[in-house]
Design a protein around this ligand. Structure first.
Ligand SMILES: [Zn+2]
Length: 305
């Protein structure tokens, strides 16, 4: 059963007071953290703390073949070096696969998932799955599992990016929750853990905007409450590409956390903070945090690292 082992001893109260904001930083260990990751960590942390909320760290490591050796350690060392203070123990999604399997079973009982035997070759370059296997009632063994979508437009109001909409059927199609090789898809693990951790706000990079409607749809199928979304503009390199592991963004240099913290706050257009110990800088950044100052674009134009 899903909730027999929710396994998350998370406080919904802090110092005896109820909290109305629970946020998170949820990196994937597919490479070391880079400056773009730091911007997300800083913004999610400051926004949660400025709202007297809780902040959790979650390692999104279900895609085991893509884990880059040493990057989980680098994430943990970064949290320590920047002196962030998570409000719970850091959780690792690869320890929670049974929970996601249970949710797939819940969706199966609602007749909202099915096995798909299409190979990459059959799917070809079609980005939108046309539902070939929807009515074949294939066994779930060793097949990809897809969730059904309806011909429905989902919209949400992003705090920074404004209204964002997708039609589930014509823009996205039935999407994969579990791959044929057994790997749980990011979309499912995110939605389930955001719910189980009591998340209220999602602060993350604008490169994830297009995932949001799928995640809202999954949440609605599972009767989870809707979240607030804050998609941050992305830091770019000097060739105008977003910083990413794919284009070899530099790993955060943990020997100079204060300087990097100062740059991250500059990138977010926050009032300046003098160099000091990271926890003191974060405290000041929280005190003067203003979400409205963050550029309302998907890129941090003119800010290069
Ligand atoms: Zn199929």
């Amino acid at each position: 059963m899903l909730f027999s082992n929710p396994s998350l001893p998370l406080p919904l109260k802090k110092e005896g007071k109820e909290v109305n904001y629970v946020g998170r930083f949820a990196p994937s260990p597919t490479g070391p953290l880079h400056f773009g990751s730091l911007i997300t960590a800083v913004a999610s942390y400051c926004d949660a703390k400025a709202n007297r909320g809780l902040w959790h760290v979650r390692i999104e490591d279900t895609d085991i073949p893509r884990i880059y050796p040493g990057s989980e350690d680098h994430i943990l060392q970064s949290i320590h070096a920047f002196q962030f203070e998570p409000d719970s123990e850091i959780i690792f999604q690869k320890d929670r696969l049974d929970i996601y399997e249970d949710v797939i079973q819940q969706l199966h009982q609602k007749k909202m998932v099915y096995a798909c035997q299409c190979t990459r070759k059959i799917l070809g370059s079609n980005h939108i799955y046309v539902g070939t296997c929807r009515d074949l009632a294939l066994s779930f063994d060793q097949q990809a599992i897809r969730v059904k979508v309806e011909n429905l437009e989902i919209c949400f109001q992003d705090v920074l990016q404004g209204q964002h909409c997708s039609n589930l059927a014509t823009d996205l199609g039935d999407f994969v929750l579990k791959r044929r090789d057994g790997i749980i898809n990011y979309q499912l693990a995110v939605v389930v853990d955001d719910y189980l951790q009591g998340m209220t706000h999602v602060v993350r990079g604008a490169d994830l905007l297009d995932n949001t409607e799928r995640q809202i749809w999954l949440g609605e199928l599972l009767d989870y409450p809707r979240l607030e979304y804050i998609h941050l503009p992305l830091a770019m390199n000097d060739q105008g590409q977003k910083l990413s592991k794919q284009n070899m963004a530099q790993a955060l240099d943990l020997s100079k956390p204060s300087e990097l913290l100062q740059q991250a706050l500059q990138a977010l257009k926050q009032p300046s903070v003098e160099l000091d110990a990271p926890n003191k800088m974060l405290k000041q950044a929280i005190a003067q945090w203003d979400l409205n100052l963050i550029p309302k674009h998907t890129n941090l134009d003119g800010f290069y690292i």
